[in-house]
Design a protein around this ligand. Structure first.
Ligand SMILES: Nc1ncnc2c1ncn2[C@@H]1O[C@H](COP(=O)(O)OP(=O)(O)O)[C@@H](O)[C@H]1O
Ligand SMILES: [Mg+2]
Length: 242
């Protein structure tokens, strides 16, 4: 059975694409066949984070318009594949047709990660509409949590059956202790969603994902993505914030 996860946040910069990359590598390390689908039409980034930008020719938009075949649009390395987002935000995409494509893809992939755009444009509806569960990203600070709470409200009203969980990103313990950031409890309360995981501030993110590489296995964020992936697969994993 496949699991389709929409990464959403309401606000840009919360870490949806970073989490899509981190979780994709984590699920792949757990032996899953992983497909990442960039739904950020016009502002795609996963091709860069996975190091596919030189090979990228076709997008899922081309597949839906019969401009290429599915194998032509799929970028694959090992058990990790990517479908890149269309470049032009003006083109219209039908949620039902997109859902049918995702439904078809479930036969071959164990986990599908749908990386949504900021706000609630078409790409958000495509990701949420095709998902089994939503992962709402928030940084542990008031502005980010407010946007994540607004995203939760949107999900509850437009997708009432879609379960949604919180992924706290960029936790920096010293700033929490200094009163600059919210702590994990305060972030959970502000967003109003059950916690799926906590990803620490990770200096290696820029150096690795920025060059299309996975995080080093011993990086605290890599371990946090792995624990989050296992929780999303239904395992009981202690929080163990590093
Ligand atoms: N855990 C983290 N540690 C350090 N930097 C991070 C972390 N998560 C995200 N970033 C950085 O924050 C910026 C925004 O992240 P991104 O994933 O593009 O956000 P979004 O997709 O939600 O707009 C990027 O420069 C990324 O490298
Ligand atoms: Mg993004």
């Amino acid at each position: 059975m496949s699991l389709a996860i929409a990464l959403v946040s309401g606000k840009g910069g919360a870490g949806k694409s970073t989490a899509a990359a981190g979780l994709a590598h984590a699920f792949a390390a757990l032996g899953k066949r992983v497909l990442a689908v960039d739904c950020d039409i016009g502002l795609r980034s996963l091709d860069l984070l996975f190091g596919f930008s030189r090979e990228l020719v076709f997008t899922w938009g081309d597949v839906l318009r019969n401009g290429c075949t599915l194998p032509q649009a799929l970028l694959t390395r090992g058990n990790l594949s990517l479908l890149a987002a269309p470049l032009f935000p003006t083109e219209a995409y039908d949620t039902v047709v997109f859902e049918l494509l995702m439904h078809h893809l479930r036969e071959k992939w164990d986990v599908i990660l749908l990386d949504a755009p900021a706000g609630f444009p078409t790409g958000f509806a495509l990701a949420a509409g095709a998902a089994d569960t939503a992962l709402v990203l928030s940084q542990p600070e008031a502005v980010s949590a407010r946007a994540a709470a607004s995203c939760m409200r949107e999900l509850r009203s437009a997708y009432p059956k879609l379960p949604a969980r919180l992924l706290v990103n960029r936790l920096y313990k010293r700033r929490v202790q200094g009163g600059v950031f919210l702590n994990i409890d305060e972030t959970i309360d502000a967003v109003g969603a059950q916690l799926a995981g906590v990803i620490p501030e990770e200096p290696a993110v820029a150096d690795t994902f920025g060059r299309g590489l996975p995080l080093p296995e011993d990086a605290p964020a890599a371990r946090a993505f792995l624990r989050t992936a296992r929780r999303l697969l239904g395992e009981n994993v202690p929080l163990n914030v590093e």
